[in-house]
Design a protein around this ligand. Structure first.
Ligand SMILES: [Mg+2]
Length: 247
C-alpha cells in the first residue's frame, strides 16, 4: 500500500481561485477599481505573506479604518468560504484509496486556516490524515514533516509519492528524501537546476493520473489510451507493479 503525500493549497484545493473571488468581492465592496486585483494578488503572494501584514497593507492602500483583526478574520473566513473541492478531485482520491493508496495532505500554513479549508470543503472524507506545519512544528521541505505524515498514516515513507505545486517545498522536499514527485506547473517553467520532479502536470487530476500511470507501469489509461511518461522506458525496474484493481 503506497503512501500518497499531497500538498493542499493550489494542489488539492484551488486556493488561488478562492482568493481571487474574495479579492474581487472585496474591491467591489470598498468601491476600488477591479484593476487593483493584481496588487492584492501580489501582496497575498499565494497566501505566503503573513495575514497581519496583508491586512495592514490593505488598510494603508485604501485608507480603511477597519480594525486589523477584523480584516485578518475576513481574510480567513472569506477564503475558507470560497474554497471548493473539485468533485473530480474527490473522485480521483476515492479511486486512489480503492486501489490501495493512502492519501495524506502535507501543508505549510496555519493550523486553523488549513483545517477549516479541509473540513469546509469535505476533503477530510477523502484523506487518511493530514499534517499542517504550524501544529507539526516543522515545515516543508524539512524531511521531518513528511516523516510525521507517514507516522500518522502508520506507513513507511519508502514507496511514497509527493504531489505539489511548490518547487522548493514540495518537489525539493521529495527530492531530499529520494521520493518520486509530480509538480503542478501552474503555467510556470521548471527553473531549479539541482533537482527536478519525476513528472509535471497541468492540474490535480493530471497529477494523480501521472502517479497512477508511473506506478502501474504506464498501464493507467489517460484519455482512453495508455500514456507513456517522458524519458522513461517501459521496463524501468523490478519495483514496478500493478496498482490494485479499480472497482
Ligand atoms: Mg501549494
Amino acid at each position: 500500500m503506497p503512501l500518497l503525500l499531497l500538498d493542499l493549497d493550489n494542489t488539492l484545493l484551488d486556493r488561488a481561485g478562492a482568493f481571487q473571488v474574495w479579492a474581487t468581492d472585496f474591491l467591489t465592496r470598498i468601491g476600488a477599481p477591479r484593476a487593483e486585483l493584481d496588487w492584492l494578488l501580489d501582496v497575498d503572494a499565494d497566501g505566503l505573506t503573513n495575514r497581519w501584514d496583508v491586512a495592514e497593507a490593505i488598510k494603508d492602500r485604501y485608507r480603511l479604518r477597519t480594525p486589523s483583526i477584523d480584516l485578518v478574520e475576513e481574510l480567513h473566513d472569506g477564503i475558507v468560504e470560497r474554497t471548493r473541492l473539485d468533485p473530480l478531485v474527490a473522485c480521483a482520491l476515492r479511486i486512489a484509496a480503492d486501489a490501495g493508496w493512502v492519501p495524506v495532505a502535507v501543508s505549510n500554513g496555519a493550523t486553523r486556516q488549513q483545517e477549516a479549508k479541509i473540513r469546509h470543503t469535505g476533503l477530510d472524507r477523502y484523506l487518511a490524515d493530514w499534517v499542517i506545519s504550524e501544529e507539526a512544528g516543522v515545515s516543508k521541505p524539512n524531511p521531518r514533516i513528511f516523516a510525521i505524515a507517514a507516522e500518522r498514516a502508520r506507513m513507511r515513507l519508502n514507496g511514497a509519492w509527493m504531489v505539489g505545486d511548490s518547487p522548493e517545498a514540495d518537489i525539493g522536499g521529495a527530492n531530499a528524501l529520494g521520493l518520486p514527485s509530480v509538480w503542478l506547473h501552474r503555467g510556470r517553467r521548471w527553473s531549479e537546476p539541482r533537482y527536478a520532479p519525476t513528472r509535471t502536470a497541468d492540474g490535480p487530476l493530471d497529477a494523480l493520473a501521472a502517479v497512477f500511470d508511473e506506478h502501474s507501469g504506464h498501464r493507467w489509461p489517460v484519455n482512453g489510451r495508455s500514456h507513456q511518461g517522458h524519458d522513461r522506458g517501459p521496463d524501468r525496474g523490478p519495483e514496478r507493479h500493478q496498482v490494485g484493481r479499480i472497482r
